[in-house]
Design a protein around this ligand. Structure first.
Ligand SMILES: C[S@@+](CC[C@H](N)C(=O)[O-])C[C@H]1O[C@@H](n2cnc3c(N)ncnc32)[C@H](O)[C@@H]1O
Length: 287
């Protein structure tokens, strides 16, 4: 390495931790709320409402029937209570957990029998719900694997998460929020903090068998993520997209339509009538 390159790296590396911290400053400072929102009783009511919205959707019932794989609903409800029952304007619904479990389990049942370990990539960890639904599918299918999940939210920073457990545990890290599922977390999940545009190109996986895109919902970000992941996929590998909804997420719709028309993927839609969005299953047609 020449002297100039050495000096430049050294100089910039001095500022790197500071710049990194500043770039994510708002995510270290109570991104959800400074105090617990409402009361635990309100979260319990919301949980009942979300349950009703999640477990009666024809397209997902049909998906589970066709694949033969259905996540344990009691397990899902418990996980959702800590990671999905939040106060927000839109109706609560965590049916994407059912979709991910069913589609991933089906993928594992059809994979080359020599493969016993797969790589999964997720954008948009949030509180960890979707990553754990995929971990559950791996464990139930007796597979090993890694789920690399990326979010701007830090993993070890204590915060209020806008969920029922804020009233029990107070400020806590995501690691603590997920402590009930620590066995699955330790076995499968690797948390990365940062913007996907920054972090994703640095994760050097040889192949990404299965991916779930649920981070930034702009056309540019979704295509950026797709372009990196698709290069590392083989025939039959899958990318699932959440939130295909023209009104709320036009960027996701535009990106998926572009992929359907121009890229080497077979696209199918699973409609969620309760939240007026589709989940998109993109299966690679050839290498
Ligand atoms: C819809 S939530 C993900 C929900 C999660 N998959 C689940 O099932 O609970 C979107 C997440 O993406 C994160 N996010 C948004 N833009 C991002 C970006 N450019 N890079 C990394 N994470 C991002 C947000 O912080 C948020 O936690």
């Amino acid at each position: 390495m020449n002297r100039f390159a050495k000096l430049t790296s050294k100089l910039f590396s001095i500022f790197l931790p500071f710049i990194d911290r500043m770039a994510y400053f708002r995510y270290y400072n109570q991104p959800f709320s400074r105090l617990p929102k409402l009361t635990k009783l309100t979260y319990d009511d919301l949980a009942h409402e979300a349950e009703a919205n999640t477990f009666s959707i024809e397209d997902i019932d049909l998906l589970e029937k066709t694949t033969g794989y259905k996540v344990d609903s009691e397990w899902l409800k418990l996980l959702a209570y800590n990671t999905q029952i939040v106060i927000k304007k839109s109706k609560l619904n965590y049916a994407h957990g059912r979709v991910l479990y069913s589609v991933l389990s089906d993928y594992l049942s059809n994979i080359d029998h020599k493969i016993k370990k797969i790589n999964i990539l997720e954008t948009g960890t949030a509180r960890g719900f979707s990553a754990l639904c995929m971990a559950k599918a791996l464990a139930d299918s007796r597979f090993e694997g890694s789920i690399c999940t990326i979010d701007v939210l830090p993993h070890f920073q204590k915060m209020y998460w806008n969920c029922g457990s804020d009233h029990i545990n107070g400020e806590q890290s995501r690691q603590n929020l997920l402590s009930e599922w620590s066995e699955l977390v330790e076995r499968y999940v690797i948390f990365f903090q940062g913007y996907t545009r920054h972090v994703l190109p640095k994760i050097a996986l040889q192949r990404i068998h299965f991916a779930f895109l649920d981070g930034a919902h702009t056309y540019e970000d979704v295509l950026f993520e797709f372009n990196i992941i698709s290069k590392l996929q083989n025939k039959g590998d899958i990318i699932v997209f959440d939130d295909y909804n023209e009104i709320k997420f036009p960027g996701v719709v535009e990106a998926v339509n572009y992929i359907q028309n121009e890229k080497n993927y077979d696209i199918s839609f699973i409609h969620n009538k309760n939240s007026l969005r589709d989940y998109v299953i993109a299966k690679k047609i050839s290498k």
